[in-house]
Design a protein around this ligand. Structure first.
Ligand SMILES: [Zn+2]
Ligand SMILES: [Zn+2]
Length: 367
């Protein structure tokens, strides 16, 4: 359940119209879109937050519910119209029990609103890929389970309704009376959804739900340069719309697996490469791994352990056709394992020729 006010997230006053929601979202998304802020976790979180607020507040059903109850979740909210103060719950037996009573009242709170077409829910499909796949891009075939509108009834859930005939259940009033022990109230007619018109027969193909579940194989092209949290939209592959509304979309959300060699830093890629003492001292041309095979890197004489060399545009490609990131080669000095006496003598000789104290202080015990 979102804890922040969704309107505040979009910097809008509570209850702002959908047109304002769309404007605010576009304006904010241009600022915080992850592609424009590579490697910025805050921007990524903020983008998710505004996207979530946008998704809820542009869905007419959800917006209505959120405006009224401050929640858009699937759980029934506490209906402010339902007040039990003043009733004595121990007063007498209640047929069907309290849970049944609550359900009926909450039903009442939920239904009786528009039963018109509504867009289907979006789906998110997480897809784990390697850093190499993120670099090169990838064609993936995935199996998704989603609902599609029932062909038989066109998503209405009912067959051959007559708009002229009144609903048989409520006699055309759209309401049915209920009495439960000491309570009695009118509830929206479930049969016709409160319209009072003949709803027709439940569609046998979808059991009246208006949709059916399908498992579908979908081909998706992951473009080079995606990062964890990147989303590829497949239009209309989400859940079926209600009452003939448009289907939601399917979002393939990529998760880039951690690599033992390459570490991603936004558009840049860091790789750790060991170098020998001699290479560090004298300088050398060394082979370094990149995401497209090996490259030659020239390190200067006197290279220090931990020094970083930048290979321009050998990092991640840009999703927006901009310049690629860089490859950051961090070299680490590997101390030689000298065992033979001749090498040790040479090193002692080297030490005598190069008396250095890199620590900058002298050991007091050495006087
Ligand atoms: Zn059907
Ligand atoms: Zn009815």
């Amino acid at each position: 359940m979102p804890s922040k006010d969704l309107y505040a997230v979009l910097e809008l006053p509570h209850g702002a119209p959908a047109t304002e929601v769309k404007k605010a979202y576009k304006r904010l998304a241009r600022k915080v879109h992850p592609d424009l802020n590579p490697g910025d976790k805050n921007a990524e979180d903020r983008f998710k937050e505004i996207s979530e607020a946008y998704a809820i507040l542009t869905n007419p059903e959800k917006k209505k519910q959120y405006d009224a109850y401050g929640t858009a979740g699937p759980e029934p909210p506490t209906d402010p119209r339902v007040h039990f103060t003043g009733f004595d719950f121990d007063a007498g037996p209640v047929a069907g029990g309290f849970s049944d009573l609550f359900e009926t009242i909450l039903d009442h709170a939920h239904q009786g609103r528009s039963r018109g077409p509504a867009p289907g829910q979006d789906l998110v499909y997480p897809l784990t890929i390697t850093i190499q796949e993120a670099f090169h891009g990838k064609k993936a075939r995935i199996a998704v389970t989603h609902t599609v509108s029932c062909e038989r009834c066109g998503g209405e859930g009912r067959l051959s309704p007559s708009r002229k005939r009144p609903c048989a259940k409520c006699g055309g009033t759209g309401k049915v009376g209920l009495s439960r022990g000491p309570f009695s109230f009118a509830s929206v007619c479930k049969e016709c959804g409160g319209t009072g018109k003949d709803p027709g027969e439940p569609c046998p193909a979808c059991s009246g739900t208006g949709s059916r579940e399908v498992r579908e194989t979908v081909d998706v092209t992951i473009p080079p340069g995606v990062d964890t949290g990147s989303r590829i939209r497949l239009k209309g592959k989400g859940q079926a719309g209600l009452m003939g509304g448009p289907s939601g979309d399917l979002y393939i959300e990529t998760h880039v697996r951690q690599d033992s060699q390459f570490a991603r830093e936004g558009p840049h890629v860091r790789v750790h490469v060991p170098i020998t003492y001699v290479e560090a001292v004298l300088g050398a041309k060394i082979e370094v791994p990149t995401l497209t095979g090996h490259a030659l890197l020239k390190i200067p004489p006197g290279t220090q352990s931990g020094q970083v060399f930048r290979l321009k545009e050998r990092g991640m490609p840009s999703l927006r056709h901009g310049p690629a990131g860089d490859l950051l080669v961090e070299v680490h000095l590997q101390t030689p394992r000298v065992v033979d006496e001749r090498s040790k003598d040479l090193l002692r000789e080297f030490g005598r020729l190069n008396p250095e104290n890199p620590r900058g202080y002298t050991d007091p015990t050495e006087g």
